[in-house]
Design a protein around this ligand. Structure first.
Ligand SMILES: Cc1cc2nc3c(=O)[nH]c(=O)nc-3n(C[C@H](O)[C@H](O)[C@H](O)COP(=O)(O)OP(=O)(O)OC[C@H]3O[C@@H](n4cnc5c(N)ncnc54)[C@H](O)[C@@H]3O)c2cc1C
Length: 382
């Protein structure tokens, strides 16, 4: 593995950093405070090619690799974790499975506008009673004699749901077959019978709109099927493997925000006649944060590199997400400590990092589920 980024990867990182610093960061506090979907930033990400970074240009993407994707995700999430997850879902959870499992016609109809950012996507696997236990799907898909499908059910906490144009949706079409009875569809959100609930009121990532999606007698044509009948669970699990690289990079961005904000604060805040960074107790916190962030980045880039080189990466992506999300939470907690009273008030950014960090331990598989995934690979000798 080469530790030197390519010219192309550096260029993507630079573009993302400048966009994040100049356009995203100045709005991050307001997006959080107002619980506002940052439509204008999503539009800019489309212009910059950030909504389909690793999708080939022939399908509307930017044609870069997953290392570039992880680098860009870190930069954007460093400025605003809400904007980061909007980008991550469209790239990892929507474009990626349509690219890997869609027909040529589906790629032309859906992937091209999604990867170029003309449309925004969401991914609906979770249900009120099927989160970690994703195979316990209750949403049904029944095939009709004319080949169309009728869908019924409720999806929960779907990121981008209220603002999405298209959904990669998972349903149960054969309960007796267990996880082999799960089937995926591409669902246009304007289809009759599709309705989003009120956006979730959340602890953090408040600019990311998530909600329930209600499916009431939704009729889809045969060509809305993504992959094979009964192949949905494989699509979902392999998609989440890739998604975890994006969430690890999001966590990394939040952790870096906590470190950079803390370092700047510790250099100017004075107690007992010196800058607090000169108190060893504070300096050691910063040293630990920086070390853990570097380790998390190496795990994340390794997983992305393996995906780019078509090598198995499920275990490595789970390790990256598990560790990076832990680091983000620890770094954000320590950042509040370094800021003291100012860390606890909304005038300063670190309480936002603290609230944003928590979700990275929950979505796309909780930390407990990451450990199960890693242990499963170990048991198989992987
Ligand atoms: C803001 C937000 C955005 C989300 N976005 C999406 C989205 O876009 N699409 C989507 O499909 N889903 C989304 N989710 C759902 C998310 O993926 C689930 O919340 C998550 O997978 C956990 O499922 P659960 O909430 O049902 O918890 P549960 O599965 O009920 O788990 C509860 C607790 O038990 C633990 N646990 C469960 N099973 C085990 C086990 N076998 N061993 C050890 N511990 C276990 C869990 O780790 C957790 O600590 C989102 C959730 C949130 C909060």
């Amino acid at each position: 593995m080469n530790f030197t980024p390519t010219e192309e990867q550096l260029a993507v990182q630079k573009t993302a950093r400048e966009f994040a610093q100049n356009e995203v960061l100045p709005k991050a506090a307001e997006i959080d405070r107002e619980h506002r979907h940052p439509a204008e930033l999503v539009k800019r990400m489309a212009e910059l090619g950030f909504l389909g970074i690793a999708i080939p240009e022939t399908y509307g993407g930017s044609g870069f690799d997953h290392v570039s994707y992880a680098l860009a995700m870190e930069e954007i999430s460093r400025a605003c974790a809400s904007t980061g997850v909007i980008m991550s879902v469209n790239n990892s959870l929507v474009c990626d499975p349509i690219y890997r499992f869609g027909t040529e016609a589906q790629k032309k109809e859906w992937l091209t506008p999604l990867a170029s950012g003309k449309l925004l996507g969401c991914f609906a696997l979770s249900e009120p009673e099927a989160g970690s236990d994703a195979a316990a799907q209750k949403t049904t898909a029944e095939k009709q004699s004319d080949g169309t499908w009728i869908l019924q059910g409720t999806k929960n906490w779907i990121t981008n749901g209220p603002v999405a144009d298209v959904c990669v949706l998972f349903t149960m079409n054969d309960k007796a077959a267990g996880h082999k009875g799960i089937t995926a569809f591409i669902l246009p959100m304007k289809t009759k019978g599709v309705r989003c609930g009120t956006p979730d009121e959340k602890l953090g990532i408040r600019g990311s709109k998530s909600s329930q999606i209600f499916l009431d007698d939704v009729r889809l044509p045969a060509d809305a099927l993504l992959g094979e009948v009964g192949g949905g669970f494989k699509i979902a699990m392999s998609t989440l493997d890739g998604g975890r690289i994006g969430i690890a990079a999001q966590a990394l961005g939040i952790a870096r925000a906590a470190l950079e904000d803390s370092l700047a604060y510790a250099q100017q805040r004075r107690t007992f006649g010196k800058a607090i960074v000169q108190h060893q107790a504070i300096a050691f916190k910063l040293a630990d944060m920086a070390t853990e962030i570097d380790a998390a980045r190496l795990l994340t880039l390794r997983a992305a590199y393996l995906k780019d080189h078509k090598q198995p990466y499920g275990k490595e992506a789970a390790m990256a997400k598990l560790y990076a999300s832990d680091v983000a939470n620890r770094a954000a907690r320590e950042a509040i400590q370094i800021f003291g009273g100012n860390g606890y008030v909304t005038e300063y950014p670190v309480e936002r990092h603290f609230r944003d960090a928590k979700i990275t331990e929950i979505y796309e598989g909780t930390s407990e589920i990451q450990r199960l995934v890693i242990a499963g690979h170990l048991a198989k000798g992987g």
